[in-house]
Design a protein around this ligand. Structure first.
Ligand code: SF4
Length: 270
């Protein structure tokens, strides 16, 4: 059950530090998908209730479209990440349509849009999403629906995401798979990773991957919500060990070579 409230904002586009992304647009604060590993909880700390009840509280930026119309006139065009600290297609988007309207405005004003989501709701907007101005990333941390249910409790199942990614790719739109975070002992088994690589290959997609970067609020939320039969301390210890990610990066790179899939780290952290 998610509780929704509203705020008014002064800016819609904010500068982004993500590679290749100039601006970020986040229509919502918080995310009802409630992934237990979500790093965005640490970036929304000024909304205490949202951060520490991650998935249960979401704030809707009710005037973001009005503000965006002004932002696109005063800022020079660049690539906009939609979204960087929320899922732009979380359930409330179905009725609010803030993501849809924002993408229409961005596209009309020569801004390119890089979407990242876990939701099949994106398919609703295929009438707007074109190969010239958009690329679309689906996060698939594992294709094992049962494991995903533990770590991404309210998001559409990864197999539904895969079907949606396939459909987007068939529309000729650049489609990528975000394999992240790779969590020690949870979704880092070679067979699991290879399954995602094979899927990316089957739709002519590529992989961007990342490790689990432990942060304070995330750490708290994981401890509160952890119900996997796996030792969380061991998960955290391994994820903080740089040799672990070097080994996983090598494994992933080898599998990508085997299946002829382009594969890049999200950040240069190895
Ligand atoms: S879908 Fe993305 S933004 Fe939403 S909770 Fe999961 S990781 Fe966080």
């Amino acid at each position: 059950m998610t509780n929704y409230t509203y705020i008014k904002v002064k800016t819609a586009l904010s500068p982004s530090k993500l590679p290749d992304i100039r601006y970020a647009l986040n229509p919502y604060v918080g995310c009802a998908h409630g992934c237990i590993y979500c790093y965005a909880a640490d970036l929304c700390k000024r909304y205490f209730g949202v951060s520490y009840n991650w998935g249960s509280e979401v704030i809707i930026k009710k005037n973001i479209i009005e503000v965006l119309k002004k932002d696109v006139k005063r800022l020079s065009p660049g690539i906009v990440g939609v979204s960087t600290i929320t899922d732009p297609y979380q359930p409330i988007e179905e009725t609010q349509q803030l993501t849809r309207e924002a993408m229409r405005i961005l596209s009309q004003n020569r801004f390119k849009v890089s979407i990242q989501t876990k939701s099949t709701l994106l398919l609703r907007d295929l009438d707007l999403i074109n190969s010239k101005n958009f690329d679309v990333g689906f996060t698939i941390t594992t294709l094992n629906d049962a494991i995903a249910k533990y770590i991404e409790p309210n998001a559409p199942s990864p197999n539904l995401r895969a079907k949606a990614a396939d459909e987007v790719s068939k529309h000729g739109i650049e489609t990528w798979i975000f394999l992240g975070p790779i969590i020690p002992l949870v979704n880092d088994h070679e067979d699991q990773i290879e399954e995602v690589v094979e899927f990316a290959s089957s739709i002519n997609s590529y992989i961007i991957y990342d490790k689990l970067n432990i942060k304070p609020v995330m750490n708290y939320n994981m401890r509160m919500k952890w119900n996997l039969n796996i030792d969380l301390e061991e998960v955290i210890n391994q994820s903080m060990d740089s040799s672990y990610f070097k080994r996983i990066s090598k494994l992933l790179t080898d599998l990508c070579k085997k299946h002829k899939v382009k594969c890049v780290p999200a950040f240069n952290t190895t």
